[in-house]
Design a protein around this ligand. Structure first.
Ligand code: T1G
Length: 681
């Protein structure tokens, strides 16, 4: 059953029931239509609509997006509810999102429990509301608020919703509150579609379009949402509904919607708790973070924010208590951002203790080695509490450290991307001896921090670092061939990256990539073209933001400015290598960097390091700023098609057959007519 109905006196009760989130599919649409007719036939004076389980409704069922939608269509169902002589009251809890909120907008009265989050997040999956959201919302909350909420997909709390007029009441028991409303008064409430949204000058909508392009560059759905909100000012409601539906169906077939849906479900599949459900391991009731530098502080802060007590262990020469100061600064920022209350912040801060050695951490189930401050990590291992897992970010040393551990199975590699800004990524890199409980503990760490977990399939092989290394090499090659960091970064930001490779390296530190290159020295093909510019930068102490200059200069710690030394170094190295320099266009820069990334990703998949193309997509989207609305590097490669990718690589291989050697996987897909997503070993 998807929609339950019952009556008590002259009140009808309609409950949505499609676990786990009451997603609105054909069953609910049909059930609601039948419920309207039932309520009228019964001569009821009101219908109270609620959802069973943990929420009112997460909106339309997005699992069948893009497929033909069977009737009845949701806009028609909502119009039928809104225009029924029997007034409906929405009594929401948990979440009312997308079609779930549109369902509430079609009701005559709206009540929500304090825990309810309400919003139209459709743009986050590449579409817009398809059942009146862009037409009813402005009429209820006004154009300005609608322009703030719909193009961004931002959800609001129940309190904020009441403050802006989106709902009428907040009550701990919305159904009971609805039972007390006066039927006569209810019957006189004006349906939302008959309200007037007001009017705004066209400049306001132009400004909204510029803001949306700045916040979500290249994304189509936010722009279409603004168009439809503008339409709601002048067009009769039913005509606006037709325009909205056409835009929704059009976007539902777009590449951006397919990409965002791909990421939506990939993210959830990666987090699935059943992946390690049969592996016994201790809960993370306390964690030791080894290394009190900048990264150690970020990891400790993320754990504290997640409610996990932390012991921060100094492991080297980092200044005493500098980490605690850094963590205090992050809590102050989080308070200013309203991410938590004063009392919660105080409680979280109080859960931090500092220790000068591992013994000071006590019997923790997990110690995270941030590999900072040098120090004797072997000594830390020998002092590891019994049963504790040692998760190290030194991915090239997992097996060496395991050999020094009391139990090698408890050593696992972790690559944490943006641990303090979810949804980041945690790549689990097992060593030769890493046990199931250690992998499961790393998986639990990702869940605790709200990070997407991806498991490398080959011991000691890290997917993310290998992709970054190839991407950096391609960027530095283009630099040496004649481009500037600014041109390269601009080209990739235009593609949709959060930031370009050079600015990103200035944030992470050029010394990190330098250390990676040194590790590759022993196995690098001596015939492979080597780009020494970054080494020269490190030799000059230009490590990025932390030294005030890297690929860019940061006068006074402010924004980036060109540094002529970089161009001079590139020119000098080009002359030394007798490189005939050229002036790549932005398109040529994108073409080279993206093909480099795709080819490396294909090799990673072909060698069995990654379990699937989707795992590689997760790493690039959540770990490396690849645009979510392009679905990740392999999803994007599939939009080009293996044959086109192969042609592009073969053309570049004419310049440099070693660097641009096409992955066997790409050839295999092209020959067999397979997508990268469908390729299997
Ligand atoms: N459709 C189908 N399945 C959904 C779903 C949806 N809308 N939302 C969640 N699920 C599945 C999800 O894949 C997972 O499945 C399980 O439910 C639990 O989800 C008509 C066109 C509601 C905040 O964009 O944001 O309405 O992995 O792990 O962390 O105009 O789910 O268990 O098999 O995320 O508690 C607009 C999307 C749709 C909301 C709950 N609505 N969902 O988070 O659980 S378009 C959305 C979410 C639309 C209308 C338009 C979150 C959540 P499985 P979960 P959670």
């Amino acid at each position: 059953m998807t929609v339950h109905t019952r009556r008590e006196g002259t009140t009808g009760y309609v409950e949505l029931d499609t676990p786990p989130v009451n997603a609105i599919g054909p069953g609910i649409r049909k059930g609601l239509l039948d419920a309207v007719a039932w309520a009228e036939a019964e001569g009821l004076d009101r219908v109270i609509l609620s959802g069973r389980g943990r929420m009112f409704s997460a909106g339309a069922d997005i699992r069948n997006f893009g497929a033909p939608l069977p009737e009845p269509y949701l806009p028609d169902v909502l119009n039928r509810i809104e225009r029924s002589p029997v007034p409906w009251i929405a009594a929401a809890h948990g979440a009312a999102l997308g079609g779930g909120l549109e369902l509430m907008l079609a009701c005559r009265y709206r009540i929500a429990a304090p825990d309810t989050r309400l919003g139209l997040p459709e743009v986050s999956i590449g579409v817009i509301s398809g059942a009146g959201g862009t037409q009813r919302l402005p009429r209820l909350v006004g154009l300005e608020k609608a322009l703030e909420l719909v193009p961004t997909g931002r959800a609001v709390t129940a309190e904020e919703a009441r403050a802006i007029g989106l709902i009428d009441e907040v009550d701990a028991d919305p159904v009971a509150f609805a039972e007390l409303t006066n039927a006569e008064w209810l019957g006189m409430k004006v349906p939302v579609s008959e309200l007037n949204s007001g009017e705004l000058p066209s400049e306001v909508f132009e400004a909204a379009r510029r803001a949306a392009e700045a916040d979500m560059p290249g994304q189509i759905a936010p722009q279409r949402a603004i168009d439809l909100i503008e339409v709601s000012q002048h067009m009769p409601f039913d005509d606006g509904l037709i325009q909205e539906r056409a835009a929704f169906l059009d976007l539902g077939h777009s590449a951006q919607s397919k990409a965002l849906n791909h990421v939506f479900f990939a993210e959830r599949a990666a987090r699935a708790p059943e992946r390690f459900e049969n592996t016994p391991r201790p809960g993370l009731d306390r964690v030791a973070v080894l290394g009190a530098g900048a990264f150690g502080s970020a990891v400790a802060f993320a754990l504290l924010m997640a409610g996990v007590p932390v012991t921060l262990v100094k492991t080297g020469d980092e200044p005493p208590c500098s980490a605690a100061t850094g963590i205090d600064r992050q809590f102050d920022l989080a308070l200013r951002q309203g991410r938590l209350s004063e009392e919660t912040a105080a409680a979280r801060r109080a859960a931090l203790t500092l220790a000068g050695d591992m013994a000071g951490a006590g019997p923790v189930p997990l110690a995270i080695d941030t590999a900072e401050g040098g120090g004797d990590r072997a000594g830390l291992l020998s002092a590891l509490p019994p049963g504790a897992v040692f998760a190290t970010t030194a991915l090239h040393e997992i097996d060496r450290l395991a050999r020094r551990a009391p139990d090698p199975g408890r050593v696992v590699g972790v690559h944490l991307c943006a641990p303090d800004q979810p949804p980041g990524l945690l790549e689990i890199v097992p060593g030769m001896a890493t046990s199931g409980p250690a992998r499961a503990t790393a998986f639990d760490l990702a869940g605790t921090l709200g990070l997407i977990p991806v498991l490398s399939q080959l011991p000691g092989h890290a997917i993310g670092r290998r992709l970054l290394s190839r991407y950096a090499e391609a960027a530095e090659t283009v630099l040496m061939d004649g481009s500037t960091p600014w041109e390269v970064d601009e080209a990739m930001v235009t593609f949709g990256f959060a930031m370009g490779p050079f600015e990103a390296q200035d944030i992470s530190g050029l010394d990190l990539a330098h250390a990676e290159r040194r590790l590759q020295d022993a196995t690098r093909d001596p015939n492979r073209r080597y780009i020494p510019v970054a080494d020269r930068m490190v030799d000059l102490g230009k490590l990025g933001r932390k030294t005030g200059a890297g690929w860019y200069r940061y006068p006074g710690g402010g924004g980036k400015v060109d540094d002529p030394i970089v161009a001079d170094l590139a020119l000098e190295e080009a002359r030394y290598a007798k490189v005939e320099r050229c002036d790549y266009t932005a398109e040529e820069i994108r073409h080279r960097l993206l093909l480099a990334l795709i080819n490396e990703a294909a090799d990673i998949l072909y060698e069995g390091v990654a379990a699937s193309a989707t795992d590689v997509d997760l790493i690039t989207v959540f770990g490396q700023g690849f645009p979510r609305w392009r679905g990740g590097v392999m999803h994007y490669a599939d939009t080009l098609g293996p044959a086109k990718v192969l042609d592009g690589l073969r053309t570049l291989a004419a310049e440099d057959p070693l660097v641009w050697k096409p992955s066997p996987l790409i050839k295999d897909c092209a020959v067999r007519g397979l997508s990268f997503a469908d390729w299997r070993r």
